[in-house]
Ligand binder design. Structure first.
Ligand SMILES: C[C@H](O)[C@H](O)[C@H]1CNC2=NC(N)=NC(=O)C2=N1
Length: 101
């Protein structure tokens, strides 16, 4: 089943409930700062678990104490869909448990 891209308005409405997340070109993105490298690494593992569960995967970047996420839907021409919003919501929900800011 084809996944339809969200409109600009739909994206803006959903971003209003995702603090720290923004639209960068055609991707949803967010960067989190963690206490240290190990905490950042643990968060990457947790995000990877969620991505496998959803079968939807971001570009996930581990820095020294940062985790950066960018996601769009390849099968929708690299545009933002509800799948990206769902992943963003799941990441935003798990971030506090890692002390991410
Ligand atoms: C075959 C598999 O279901 C697809 O390749 C999935 C996997 N993860 C994905 N992740 C993202 N971000 N976009 C996709 O279109 C996508 N497709």
């Amino acid at each position: 089943m084809a996944v339809e891209p969200l409109s600009q308005k739909e994206i803006e409405d959903r971003l209003a409930e995702l603090p720290g997340w923004s639209l960068d070109g055609d991707r949803l993105k967010c960067s989190y700062r963690l206490a240290d490298h190990f905490a950042a690494t643990a968060m990457v593992i947790h995000v990877a678990q969620v991505q496998e569960e959803l079968n939807h995967h971001s570009d996930l970047t581990l820095g020294y104490n940062t985790v950066s996420v960018a996601v769009s839907t390849h099968s929708a021409g690299g545009r933002v869909t509800g799948l990206d919003v769902e992943l963003a919501r799941r990441i935003a929900a798990l971030a506090p448990a890692h002390g991410a800011r």
